[in-house]
Design a protein around this ligand. Structure first.
Ligand code: NAP
Length: 317
């Protein structure tokens, strides 16, 4: 049986790496299983790895590139002795301590055992599934109005979706954009009444009902989108320089099904004002448990909380 570690951290976005910095500085010798890039959107470093300029992370008055920020988080964690493992967790067993963690073949003995586990596997924005999408992220295509709205001052832009996120993002974006078109695949919104009313009453917002986005135009920057009417199949172009996709998020929690309590939406449930999960010794931080703020700085904050809670819990054992 492999020797048990004190802390294993699963995931390496702002939450996981902040937890790594804190637990390494507390001499807990954390192992960070940082993930592996995959075609399904997984990436070590989390969602900031597919972002360009980050202007709202405190401490960077001139902004910072998402990948640069995550590289610095990572080297800061390594500086204090966090051990980084580029691998993907395939199975966990939280039924007994030390907990078991597998990274390859799920038969046989676990690859890692740990007294405490910090889960920080993050979430992914649901994308449209267009081939050009990946290339256009950060070039006019965004999944975060709070992060990128500022770059679209006086631009004509569009938001895809008909839920609360789309209404919220579109309403927020009218602070910057000259016009926001909400592209929705039906003629009825899914959003709550109050959010609908707010968007419908906003003079800068227009609705393009019964339409889906089928293509994105532009090489270096987004220059327009191709849309198709879902009822007539007719195609047309919409001249926008920004497109915000707000069709939902999926937390990366399939691995923990049946072991950690989660909401119907899949987000992990933690005790109020804490990162404690329903399993003693397992802590969750960052977007995997946050369907509300979803910011790098809040993820980092909760990573710090998880490390401190894990440390105090280990000390009490
Ligand atoms: P959501 O409620 O699941 O809505 C997703 C929207 O995107 C739906 O209108 C859906 O269309 C559309 N959609 C899904 N896949 C699509 C695709 N492939 N192409 C085009 N359109 C697509 O997601 P959400 O808006 O992110 O909200 C998630 C949860 O968070 C909800 O419970 C919401 O109430 C909550 N939330 C609350 C607030 C707030 O209160 N301030 C803000 C944001 C989110 P259909 O309608 O046709 O299915």
């Amino acid at each position: 049986m492999s020797e048990a570690h004190e802390v294993v951290i699963i995931g390496s976005g702002p939450a996981g790496l902040t937890a790594a910095i804190y637990s390494a500085r507390a001499n807990l010798n954390p192992v960070v299983i940082e993930g592996e890039p995959s075609s399904t959107g997984d990436q070590p470093g989390g969602q900031l790895m597919i972002t360009t300029d980050v202007e709202n992370y405190p401490g960077f008055p001139n902004g910072v590139l998402g990948p640069d920020l995550m590289r610095d988080f990572r080297s800061q964690a390594e500086r204090f002795g966090a051990q980084m493992v580029t691998d993907k967790v395939t199975k966990v067993d939280f039924s007994a301590r030390p907990f078991g963690i597998w990274t390859g073949n799920t038969d046989g003995e676990p690859d890692y055992r740990s007294e405490a586990v910090i889960v920080s596997t993050g979430a992914q924005s649901i994308m449209l599934g267009l081939e050009v999408e990946e290339r256009m992220v950060g070039r006019g295509l965004s999944t975060c109005a709070t992060c990128d709205g500022f770059f679209f001052r006086d631009h004509e832009i569009a938001v895809v979706g008909g839920g609360d996120s789309a209404m919220e993002e579109a309403t927020f974006l009218t602070k910057f954009a000259s016009k926001v078109t909400i592209i929705h695949r039906r003629d009825q919104l899914r959003a709550s009444r109050i959010m609908q009313e707010r968007a419908l009453a906003n003079e800068k917002i227009e609705f393009l009902w019964n339409h889906v986005v089928t293509d994105l135009h532009g090489e270096e920057k987004l220059e327009g989108v191709r849309v198709q009417n879902t009822q007539t199949d007719e195609e047309s172009n919409l001249d926008v320089t920004g497109l915000f996709i707000a069709i939902g998020h999926t937390p990366n929690t399939a691995l923990f099904a049946g072991q950690l309590d989660m909401k119907e939406s899949g987000y992990l449930i933690t005790a109020p004002d804490s990162t404690r999960t329903n399993v003693e010794g397992v802590f969750a931080c960052g977007d995997v448990k946050d369907d509300y703020y979803r910011q790098a700085v809040t993820a980092a904050g909760s990573g710090c909380m998880a490390a401190i809670e894990a440390e105090r819990w280990l000390e009490a054992q």
